[in-house]
Design a protein. Sequence first.
Lengths: 304, 257
Amino acid sequence: MDISVDFSGIKLKNPVVGASGTFGYGLTYEKFFDLSLIGGFCTKGLSLQSRAGNPIPRICETPSGMLNAIGLQNVGLDKFTSKKMPKLRKIDTAVIANFFGETVEEYTELAAKLDAIDGVHGLEMNISCPNVEKGGAAFGTDIKTTEAVVKACRSVVKNKPLIVKLSPNVTDISEFARVCEASGADGLSVINTLVGMVIDITKRKPVLANGAGGLSGPAIRPVAVRMVWQCYKAVKIPIFGIGGIASARDVVEFIMAGATAVQVGTMNFVSPGIIPQLAEELPELLRRLGADSVTELVGAAHRD
Amino acid sequence: MQCAVISNRPLTEGFFHLSLAPEEPMGAITPGQFVMIRCCDFTDPLLRRPMSVADFEPDGSRFGLIVQTAGRGTGMLSHLVEGDRLDVIGPFGQGYNVPQEAKSVMIVAGGTGVAPFMTLAPTLAAGGKNVHVLLGARTKGHLLMEERFLHAGAQVHVATEDGSKGFDGLVTELMGKQLDHMDEPPDLALACGPAGMMRAVATLAEHSNIPCQVSLENSMACGFGACLGCVAHVRGEERYVTVCRKGPVFDSREVEI
């Protein structure tokens, strides 16, 4: 069965993609499987300059999930371009460059530079990282700044699809989805992590050095499914469903809620081979559900 | 990678030894490397547990783990019986690196920290090195692997916090006394145990100009360099290194413990 999908012009050979921040620059997973087996992946969030990231502890396990406050540690654009891209160009999979800035100017400079890199198939704007002081969620939780930064990036991105990764830490995500679409976004990634906290009761303080962190994993799946559902109702552009996907059944759930494709995040840490495994299991599940393609199930749960 | 459980042997109170046979070749192991263990097939507890490889066959056909029951994940592992299967990935990371020219080695281990030395200490002793093993435990009843180290030909020194056996106090206090009494300081110190213990070992070793290697135990989500959760702060620099890939064993002067 052909399970390929077209995500705003990005050809995905299957609808299962590695989520930013859990997939390095792809190459980390080469020791587990052939990267050409997966639909694609989103890089670790890139900034103009490299970043050291947050103090430790950065992670903490939670019921069916984990909290992280990595702080967008990354190699920076130049090293990504010179060290990672030459290897990635040789691999037949979609490379989606996730990026962020601290100002609108930084966002647009990065967007323009990434738009010009051969071998990058799409751009994913991170306006929703909960773990940094400046940038990230400071943009994505305010409707006006969301509009400004998406419009600014849209004006410089000429060649590649521009996807916006939304924050779930807002009152009404569909409002943000609509603004992104109206500002020229080609697609949405729904959702980034939910802000959470764990307290060490013996130390009487939060476990993470950052205090709060982003909650991910199967624990957040129902929240994510509902937000994909809301966004699908609000916009026409395609949606990546993200949030605790751990099985082929979960992939289908997001697709029925309105996702064109999905991203797998935290479960990569637990089962590094999970993405090719889900891609392999998907056709059989689709058959059992009486479907001939992924596309016909997109938004299926909305129909009467 | 699936492993068959060969045995699950209780050690002292709260500790057990798992012996595992990988169903496919695991590759060469260096003492100090670790594996990531999945405690259950469902999603709670979710993350794999990093565990230092303890004893092992040179061809990787069998390896052991020393586990302390600390929470739900390790509690599940404690119930494994012969014939059960366990999902393991690894080995990962950089182990201990003992240079040829090091003639005497001081090993300091606390709790499950004995694990990486179960194969290393006998190998070093068999190679003609003078091996001192300092074991720390809360009480006599919590001591692990004393017999094994004695049998391997190491000089074993015990410290218990309640004084029920050997030196009455912390293993790091015992280390300080040992260093004072030795005619020649050891050429190398190797430590594995709680962070506070390793910090103290590193300080003592550095004061005596003894190179020291420590094995860090930072919280880890993946074990193979993707999550960037386990990083250690590089001493004197605004930079972090992944414990899972660049470590878990580091020269003590390289990172903050």
